[in-house]
Design a protein around this ligand. Structure first.
Ligand code: FAD
Ligand code: NAD
Length: 466
């Protein structure tokens, strides 16, 4: 039987990064993955394919709607070739998952294909083409998550679909009904909206992206409406029925009146649930909470002291970069180091266009905690860079402590916000004040000038270009 210092179960961004860091630290490492490709949800059916389709659909929309404004005339009709678009997405996925195979080889990590189940706290049975057993002094569980649904919905994977099917549709829906105005619903909703679908979002809360700062929800709602999305906030879905090639969704609006929607596809994007099926966690003494998450302490250690858990299967944001940080954290903990993660500084991004990105505390959170804060906000449309590319929507908002000026939260919506948020993370990691950021030179013309201007506005209400 092969014996390891560390076995990692699950090869998503949490698992494969943990395995690499363990190997870097000199530990003999194995990784177990039930699917034939490595990379987990993120690389196979999550972050990477969704961004590939967002990019392709963005190019199409630009060609149809904006090339003319830039003085580019295209003779003839511009058409979507969905089959080719989906094939390009798949080739991006294949290259990326192939890259993980390479990294495993480079770091001498043994890869096992099959379902990993605990026999006890130090033995794992792998059921793949053959059944194998390995011994591991330590195990890192990184089994991720699966789409969740509502009890009365039957996901048929044809017309009533999750994100996984939405990434490989064979036709552009005529009318896509999206249940859940969160990250998946809006990103994939925007893909199909750009490709010509009518898109109706049905959201239970009173605003889309309800966990982000309400200013971002409001601005994104406004922009999506301009893009001709129909958004029904404060709607409680009560039934989803497939009738032939149609899907009928019934929901109660805020006034309690029934609203009926008919579409040809319905994307259910109401969140994801932690995945532990087949793991046989009990055999190792690993506790699972009522919410289905693996219970961990501050060191991400489970109720079995040599077993750790990371990523979507434990508490916290379900984000690839959060899973990665936890992978490194646990590897270094096992190696006897004292790593640290500041969960407040894990950024959140929605890759719609305009992009939405945030880090730190929202205004709602600061109000709840009774923190005295000041706000500096700057509109993207006041930048020369925004006018040059005609990306005028959005703003950057900086929240800073009223007395110390320390930056407590940065919330932005606009072109390239996904990349710009990194500056806010660095600033907050070093506990910068708004004035610190306002005194740093930002290249002109760039979208990042909005961060400097918002910092100036927060410091002393002295933005220069409004
Ligand atoms: P996962 O990536 O889910 O990987 C878990 C792996 O474990 C899977 O490969 C699974 O097959 C394997 N596994 C499970 N049980 C066993 C077992 N018993 N034995 C062997 N293998 C097992 N996050 C972002 O940060 N940015 C984004 O842009 C983004 N976009 C997304 C878009 C979509 C459509 C979706 C669905 C998600 C997106 N996410 C995004 C979320 C991101 O994918 C997850 O947060 C991330 O993948 C979690 O990583 P993980 O390692 O915890 O688990
Ligand atoms: P989410 O939590 O982002 O959004 C779910 C939405 O559904 C929420 O707005 C919620 O209020 C709504 N909802 C819940 N129950 C409902 C009901 N009964 N009727 C109507 N609406 C309802 O979840 P998601 O969009 O499914 O994404 C799942 C996870 O994947 C998220 O945790 C997210 O972090 C991750 N993800 C991240 C990215 C990214 O980082 N860009 C992209 C996609 C997914």
């Amino acid at each position: 039987m092969n014996s390891y210092d560390v076995a990692v179960i699950g090869s998503g961004p949490g698992g494969y990064v943990a395995a690499i860091r363990c190997a870097q630290l000199g530990m003999k490492t194995a990784i177990i993955e039930k699917y034939s490709t490595l990379g987990g949800t993120c690389l196979n059916v999550g972050c990477i394919p969704s961004k590939a389709l967002l990019d392709s659909s963005h190019h199409y929309e630009d060609a149809v709607k904006h090339f003319e404004d830039h003085g580019i005339d295209i003779p003839g009709e511009i058409k979507v070739n969905l089959e080719k678009m989906v094939a390009r997405k798949q080739s991006v996925v294949d290259q990326t998952t192939g890259g993980i195979d390479f990294l495993m080889k480079k770091n001498n990590i043994d890869v096992y294909q099959g379902i990993g189940s605990f026999k006890d706290a130090t033995h794992i049975v792998i059921s793949g083409e053959k059944e194998e057993e390995i011994e591991a002094k330590n195990t890192i569980v990184a089994t991720g998550s699966k789409p969740s649904s509502l009890p009365f919905i039957s996901i048929d994977k044809e017309r009533v679909i999750t994100s996984t099917e939405a990434l490989k549709l064979k036709e552009v829906p005529k009318h896509l009904i999206v249940i859940g105005g969160g990250v998946i619903g809006l990103e994939l909703g925007q893909v199909y909206k750009r490709l010509g679908a009518e898109v109706t979002v049905v959201e239970y809360m009173d605003r889309i992206i309800p966990t982000m700062d309400s200013g971002l929800s409001k601005e994104l709602n406004k922009v999506l409406k301009k893009q001709k999305f129909t958004i029904n906030n404060s709607h409680k879905v009560k039934s989803v029925e497939r009738v032939g090639d149609e899907v009928v969704v019934k929901a109660d609006n805020k006034k309690g009146e029934e609203v009926e929607l008919r579409g040809d596809y319905c994307l259910v994007s109401v969140g994801r649930r932690p995945f532990t099926d087949g793991l046989n966690a009990e055999a190792a003494g690993v506790k699972i909470t009522d919410r289905g998450q693996i219970e961990v302490n501050d060191h991400l250690q489970t109720s079995a002291s040599n077993i750790y858990a990371i990523g979507d299967v434990v508490k916290g944001a379900m984000l690839a970069h959060k899973a990665e940080e936890e992978g490194v954290f646990v590897a270094e903990t096992i190696a006897g180091q004292k790593p640290h993660i500041d969960y407040n500084l894990i950024p959140g991004v929605v890759y719609t266009w305009p992009e939405v990105a945030a880090v730190g505390q929202t205004e709602e959170q600061l109000k709840d905690k009774g923190v005295a804060y000041k706000v500096g906000q700057f509109p993207m449309r006041a930048l020369g860079r925004s006018r040059a590319s005609m990306d005028l929507d959005g703003f950057v908002k900086i929240l800073a402590d009223k007395s110390t000026d320390e930056i407590l939260g940065v919330h932005m919506i606009g072109a390239r916000a996904a990349d710009m948020i990194a500056e806010a993370v660095v600033a907050m990691e070093y506990r910068a004040s708004a004035e610190d950021v306002s005194r740093m030179s930002h290249a002109h013309p760039t979208f990042t000038e909005a961060i400097k201007e918002a910092a100036l506005a927060a410091t002393d209400d002295r933005a220069l270009h409004v």
